[in-house]
Design a protein around this ligand. Structure first.
Ligand code: BEZ
Ligand code: FE
Length: 304
């Protein structure tokens, strides 16, 4: 008699031996005092054993996996977090975000945080510029922050950060520059506005083990063009999200960390040279773009 797994067949006797081991490991967690830890460890055991049995993992493959995880650890330091990158490209980061941020009426959807946020980005006034020394096409970004009942949220802290036109965040340069990032606060109508750069596609760091894994599986490291936001306000759930650029071909090719949500794709309207800007300036022969992002935050006491 045989028992069928998705890739191969094993005898009933073999299947029973394998299942008995899984049961012994599950039992080993029975005395875990914290019920949540017990649930997580037993579920992890079930899925991990099922995976090993389903693919009939060879000992050589298991060694390769250990070497891979060791390399992920070795390249990780206080500036580079290869484990988060691994979680990102496996869709685990995004799945965790989906599980923890269920659709909530008209509330703005969340997406991945990424590794390039800095706590102490400078404050800019409304209408200020986040670019600093970063190069790229100027982009006017405006919008409102409201709660799910349509009430404007004044004084919300809006953190924004993005890569330059060469695809690098300031922290990826060695000269300690602060560029392409800032925070500002919404006014009494919940409105914000600032100058940034029109986002362009860029690859996630791919010179380490995660990059090798992407190459081996014929996957691109490139992210769809985006501008990061983190919005915080008292009594409201913090939102970590991005906006993406409508028409960016990378949206069809795919985002390497699975961060795209349709509701976050925004029109970035190209403005020909000499078009007066919303803050009454003329950028001369420089083209610029403008976009709008209206943000809706969930109240802490609202059901998730
Ligand atoms: C980012 O968008 O900055 C990012 C997200 C995930 C992995 C690497 C970078
Ligand atoms: Fe990014």
């Amino acid at each position: 008699m045989t028992e069928t797994t998705s890739t191969t067949s094993v005898s009933a006797e073999q299947a029973a031996r394998e299942q008995a081991l899984t049961e012994r490991v599950l039992d080993s967690f029975e005395n875990t005092r914290d019920p949540r830890l017990k649930e997580v460890m037993q579920s992890l055991t079930k899925h991990l054993h099922a995976f090993i049995r389903e693919v009939r993992l060879s000992e050589e493959e298991w060694n390769t996996a250990i070497e891979f995880l060791t390399a992920v650890g070795h390249i990780t330091d206080d500036r580079r977090q290869e484990f988060i990158l691994l979680s990102d490209v496996l869709g685990a980061s995004m799945q965790t975000i989906l599980v923890n941020n269920p659709a909530n009426g008209n509330a703005t959807e969340a997406t991945v945080f990424g590794p390039f946020f800095l706590e102490d980005a400078p404050e800019i006034p409304l209408g200020g510029n986040i670019a600093g020394p970063a190069h790229g096409q100027p982009c006017w970004v405006e919008g409102t922050v409201k709660d799910t009942h349509g009430n404007p949220v004044s004084g919300a802290r809006v953190e924004v950060w993005e890569a330059d036109e060469d695809g690098f965040y300031d922290v990826q340069y060695d000269d300690h520059r602060i560029a392409g990032r800032a925070h500002l606060f919404t006014d009494e109508h919940g409105e914000f506005r600032f100058w940034g750069l029109t986002p362009t596609p860029y690859p996630i760091p791919h010179d380490g083990p995660v990059g090798k894994m992407l190459a081996a599986t014929n996957r691109s490291p490139v992210r769809a063009s985006h501008l990061h936001f983190m919005v915080t306000a008292p009594g409201l759930r913090t939102l970590v999200t991005h906006i993406f650029v409508e028409g960016d071909p990378q949206l069809d090719i795919g985002d390497s960390v699975f961060g795209v949500q349709d509701s976050l794709i925004k029109r970035f309207e190209a403005q020909p040279a000499d078009t007066p800007t919303p803050d009454g300036r003329n950028l001369g022969d420089k083209e610029w773009a403008r976009t709008r992002f209206d943000i809706i935050l969930v109240r802490n006491d609202e059901r998730q």
